[in-house]
Write a protein that binds this ligand. Structure first.
Ligand code: ADP
Ligand code: MG
Length: 288
């Protein structure tokens, strides 16, 4: 054990008081994330839920370093990610790989992030090479196998794949560097429910096999309910409730969490319940 090794019991990811405001065009500012804090254990699975505009993507982007926080810290294995900014590590492949190995992100629409000219196999080879991995065919093949893409899909370009297959490819590319944490921002939102279920199953298998931790960002409670151990509920940039998913979504304490549950159509659903729940949520204080 060296001085750089984390204490054995340190959480994998500690998010502490992350805050981000955006300047509004007409003057003033909007606090998209207000002192957001949570932890993710090794191999854990945490969901961030909230309606559109509640600040989920802002938090996800701060985790991976795409958005610089105004305040707060993101600590992985006891080390502050901000102390190794990606701009500095660009010229040091080893540092970049180390950083990439901490957290990888999968977005809602892989069309935007996948190069249309590359086949699935080429895409994975490129990712492996970019991160300094020896670009072995064996590693590419094992990634394809891991996400359930066959020979035909391996030779196909993004437009020749279905939405579910494209998302499998995006997941495989994120896994190419053996990350410790995978952040998925609305990663199944554009997929049919049956395809969503396949992706959940896949993510569960990958988590079991590799021990990767998942941070699952979604406006859809059903999604988070299926795949996470812990849930963080965000309303207008603030965390209003957090804890074990079973308790938060099974016995919600905060009116906003109740609103989210009441708004999701289910058996015997009455839209009037959702309208009443909104009135209660709008005037409530956090319970955390
Ligand atoms: P969510 O992912 O929960 O839908 P976001 O984090 O995308 O929420 O957005 C939170 C709030 O911050 C929204 O009001 C959104 O309009 C605003 N916002 C997000 N990104 C920017 C930006 N780059 N510039 C200005 N405002 C932004
Ligand atoms: Mg979002």
């Amino acid at each position: 054990m060296t001085a750089l090794d984390p204490p054995h019991d340190a959480p994998l990811l500690v998010v502490d008081a992350l805050t981000k405001s955006y300047r509004l065009p007409g003057g003033g500012s909007l606090t998209a994330a207000d002192r957001v804090s949570f932890t993710v254990p090794r191999g854990g699975s945490v969901g961030i839920v909230g309606e559109s505009g509640s600040g989920k993507s802002t938090v996800a982007r701060m985790l991976v370093g795409l958005v610089p926080p105004d305040a707060g810290t993101v600590t992985v294995n006891g080390r502050d990610r901000a102390s190794r900014p990606s701009a500095l590590s660009r010229h040091r492949p080893a540092a970049r790989l180390e950083r990439a190995r901490e957290i990888q992100m999968v977005f809602q629409d892989p069309y935007v992030s996948l190069d249309p000219r590359l086949t699935a196999r080429q895409c994975l080879r490129t990712a492996l090479r970019l991160h300094g991995h020896p670009s072995t065919d064996a590693r590419t093949q094992s990634l394809l196998d891991q996400v359930g893409l066959g020979t035909r899909e391996a030779g196909a370009r993004p437009h020749q794949l279905s939405g579910g297959q494209r998302q499998r490819l995006a997941i495989a590319r994120a896994l190419a560097v053996d990350p410790q944490i995978l952040v998925l921002d609305e990663a199944v939102a554009a997929l049919d429910v049956s395809i969503q279920a396949q992706i959940f199953q896949l993510l569960g298998e990958i988590r079991d096999e590799t021990g990767v931790a998942l941070v699952f960002v979604s406006h859809d409670l059903a999604v988070v309910q299926h795949i996470t151990d812990e849930t963080v509920v965000m309303q207008r940039g603030s965390v209003v409730e957090q804890g074990p998913t079973e308790r938060v979504l099974g016995m919600p304490q905060h009116p906003y969490t109740r609103l989210l549950l009441a708004s999701a159509p289910h058996e015997g659903w009455d839209p009037a319940d959702a309208i009443r729940a909104r009135a209660a949520a709008d005037s409530a204080q956090p319970v955390v």
